[in-house]
Design a protein around this ligand. Structure first.
Ligand code: ARG
Length: 588
């Protein structure tokens, strides 16, 4: 559906043209003085020079032309040359009726759908998921849903960190503890055991222990580096241990992401790039891009216009081991081969920006991607505690994701059961649904690139700009609709009337912004636009609700119209939160 601003602009443009001015001056926007008008055109001021006329005269001519417009209720020319507009109620009602019957709720699908590989999540196997990975999962999931909603094909890949030093550390620690295992026997040629030599909880202890040891003991660290190298070179026993680690960790990761309502199309990882590395490196050498520098193999990626120094991209370490850049580059080769994406979008902490600058430049320079393949990076800020420092547990340790979720759910449960009697089982389920909205909305309502403070009290509050407030509003609408149905009414479509009062008009004016909001959220990779929109929408709804007796209304046509308006508001809100990656309970 055409956007409301475009319809309004077209109307005003027609008037400029009819008065003998260039149509372009008729472009109209939302008013920044809602106390004076709803929409505003500043074209008369811009036309002053070209036509050598006082802007107010132009504005008056155009305003006069628009007096009979059916779309507008009031058009006035205001000094020095503003054209202030209030739209007509019928025009709004008409737009909402179209929206109601549009299966995409007025949002248009992309005319040329793109294939986008979305690289998000990025958990590291065998290391516990911590809050640092939370943002990537939350933002990525929303970005994926938004892009799909506007018609693109998105392939979400978790791109696990499964090939790095942590694997070498685990192997080294297991070796120290159980040197007799066949994985470490050079002469072993039989089948390795089916069963892993450790459980999930042992694995969760092994990695931190090994990591701590490697920081104190240089020889231990050397051994871990060597084990990583051997694993990457395909040493049989280590490969088998690696398989065990993966088999144990992945179901656990799936469970954790599942609790966040986050799911991936591909569960690939750094290790999947392996088959592509040798050819890629060889080609980079042969074509003269890669050269040896102090033993390492590097590709220069600096450009003349760089304001700061961009170091060469290191393809292989001096010992021949792969690096983060190696697997990322080879993964680009893999993705180009398997999916031919128009765009690959990466979502990580913004501290990885330099890495991606190097990788993108190197990929372009060495021809890993086509000229028209976009490589994009969205770097997000840090989630901080109230002290402004990266979020920690009360004891000062790294906060595990499970703990964070459990804390939020406990607080939500307390709030839900605080004031009224509820079935404890239902309250627990509701607490989980609402808790997730608190976490996700708290994150997504901030511009991704900014740091934000994780504030439990604020995020779980039913008032203010929070997830629970949005859900509360949805539940309120659902409960009115249910009462209406219980009283024998049926909720239909096609009967929305012009607004009966100002608060209803305001609500309508928010609803019609849905398509432009979604389009903008996609174009800017900015879920926070949707949060800002639904917050305004929820506020407008609640104002309308407090001023209007809906179920007690005696005029049947009026009541039907309001019910449909409520249902449309619910649909827009529920679609929006789905794009953010959470949902509303039936009751709360
Ligand atoms: N595993 C990485 C980390 O924890 C994130 C991976 C991001 N994706 C990528 N293709 N590098 O920092």
């Amino acid at each position: 559906m055409e956007k409301i601003l475009d319809l309004i602009s077209a109307e005003v443009m027609g008037a400029f043209e009819a008065c003998g001015y260039d149509v372009a001056y008729g472009k109209t926007g939302i008013s920044n003085r809602p106390d004076l008008c709803e929409y505003q055109c500043n074209g008369a001021m811009a036309a002053k020079k070209a036509y050598q006329k006082a802007p107010i005269v132009i504005a008056q001519e155009v305003a006069a032309k628009l007096q009979d417009s059916e779309a507008f209720e009031e058009v006035s020319a205001v000094n020095p040359g503003f054209i202030n507009i209030r739209v007509s109620g019928d025009f709004l009602a008409d737009y909402l009726l179209k929206m109601q019957s549009d299966k995409n709720l007025s949002v248009e699908k992309a005319k040329e759908p793109k294939t986008i590989v979305l690289d998000y999540g990025g958990a590291n196997v065998a290391k516990p998921l911590h809050v640092g990975h939370l943002r990537s999962a939350i933002i990525g999931e929303s970005v994926k849903r938004i892009a799909r909603f506007v018609g693109h094909k998105v392939i979400g890949d978790v791109h696990l960190g499964d090939w790095g030093l942590q694997m070498g550390l685990i192997i080294t620690e297991v070796r120290q503890r159980q040197p007799e295992l066949p994985y470490f026997d050079e002469n072993f040629t039989g089948e390795y055991p089916q069963e892993a030599p450790f459980t999930l909880s042992q694995l969760e202890e092994i990695y931190p222990t090994a990591s701590a040891k490697s920081k104190e003991d240089a020889a231990y660290r050397e051994a871990a580096l060597e084990a990583t190298y051997q694993l990457q070179q395909g040493k049989r026993g280590y490969q088998a241990l690696w398989n065990h680690i993966m088999q144990i960790s992945i179901p656990d990761l799936k469970r954790n992401y599942g609790r966040l309502n986050v799911d991936f199309d591909l569960w690939k990882g750094e290790s999947d790039a392996k088959p592509y590395i040798a050819d890629m490196v060889q080609r980079m050498r042969e074509e003269g891009y890669a050269y040896e520098d102090q033993g390492a193999l590097v590709v220069d990626v600096k450009e003349d216009s760089d304001a700061k120094e961009i170091p060469p991209c290191i393809i292989l370490k001096s010992d021949g081991a792969f690096l983060y850049a190696t697997t990322d580059l080879a993964t680009i080769v893999e993705r180009m081969e398997l999916y031919q994406p128009d765009e690959i979008l990466y979502l990580t902490d913004k501290r990885q920006e330099m890495h991606f600058t190097q990788v993108f430049r190197c990929a372009r320079k060495t021809g890993l991607v086509k000229d028209d393949t976009k490589l994009s990076f969205l770097g997000f800020g840090t989630m901080n505690g109230k002290d402004g420092k990266p979020f920690k547990t009360r004891e000062g340790g790294v906060m595990r994701l499970e703990t964070l979720i459990a804390d939020i759910n406990a607080e939500m449960y307390r709030k839900i059961t605080e004031n009224h009697e509820v079935d404890p089982q239902e309250a627990r389920e509701t607490a989980e649904i609402v808790g997730l909205s608190a976490i996700k909305y708290g994150d997504l309502s901030n511009q991704a690139s900014k740091d934000y403070v994780f504030d439990m009290d604020k995020f779980t509050s039913f008032e203010g700009n929070t997830g629970p407030y949005i859900l509360y509003t949805i539940v309120r609408i659902k409960s009115i609709l249910n009462k209406y149905r219980e009283n024998g009414g049926s909720v239909q479509k096609g009967h929305i009337l012009a607004p009966a009062n100002e608060s209803e008009k305001s609500l309508m004016m928010e609803l019609v912004k849905f398509n432009s909001t979604i389009e903008q959220a996609f174009a800017e990779t900015a879920p926070h636009r949707i949060c800002a929109f639904i917050y305004d929408l929820a506020n407008a709804f609640n104002r309308f609700y407090h001023e209007t007796r809906i179920l007690g209304e005696e005029n049947a046509a009026q009541q039907t119209s309001w019910i449909e308006l409520l249902d449309l508001t619910r649909e827009v809100l529920e679609t929006s939160i789905d794009l953010l990656g959470f949902e509303a309970p039936e009751r709360m």
